[in-house]
Design a protein around this ligand. Sequence first.
Ligand SMILES: [Zn+2]
Length: 245
Amino acid sequence: MFEELKNFIDASTNLVFFTGAGISTESGIPDFRGPSGFWKTNKPIYFQDFIESEDMRRKSWERNAATKQKITNVQPNIGHLAIADIMSKKPHSHLITQNVDNLHQQAGVPEEKITELHGNSTYASCLDCSTRYELEPIHKAFQEKGELPYCKECGGLVKTATISFGQPMPEEEMNVAQRKTVGCDLFITIGTSLVVFPAAGFPKLAKEIGARLIIINNEETDFDSIADLVIHEQIGKVFSNISID
Ligand SMILES: [Zn+2]
C-alpha cells in the first residue's frame, strides 16, 4: 500500500494535494468543525452579523484573541513536511487546503503553490481593500484599549483572513483550485472526509478529467469507491513509510 502510493507519486508530473483538518490534528490543532469541535459548543458568528454589528465584532475579536493564545507554538508535523518535500521535487505540483493554520507554509511550501479555500487565521485583512494586518497589534489594542480594528488605508472593517460562516467562498481561490484540479494527473486528498462543499466537488472533478485519485484519511469517505488507492491510516504513519526520489 505504501509502495503503491510512492509509485503513483513518482509517476506523477502535475500532482495536486488537497488537505483538510485531519493533517493538522496531528500537530495538536483541534478540528473546529468536527463532532467535538469548537463550533459545537460556541455559536458561530455569521459574516453578516460581523458586518452589521459592532457588538458582534467585539465578540469575534474577544474570541479570536482567546483562541490565539491556545494554539500558538504549533508546529508542522511529518505530514506537512513530507508534502513540502514532495512538492519541492515536483515543479508543477500544487496544494489546495481547507485549513487556515498556515502550517503548510511553515513546512516550506511556497505561498504561490498554496490555495487556501477557507483563508488564513494567522493574520487579518481589510474586507474592502484586502490590506493585510498582523494580529498581535490588533489583539493588543483590543485588549488594552478596547479598540476595534479599522483599515488604515480605506477605513474598512478589518477581520481575520478566514472565511466565516455565511461568507461567500473566495472566487479567485475557487477558480485556481478548479483550474489546478482540471490540469492534474494525480489528486491526493489527505485528512478530509470530503463531505462538505466545496471539498466534495474536487475529487469527483479529478476523476472526471481522468486523473488518478488517492484518498488518505483515518476513516471512510464517500469517494473511497471511485479512488485508485485508499489508505485508512494516520497521516504521519503513512508519510514516515515512504520516501520520494
Ligand atoms: Zn482597506
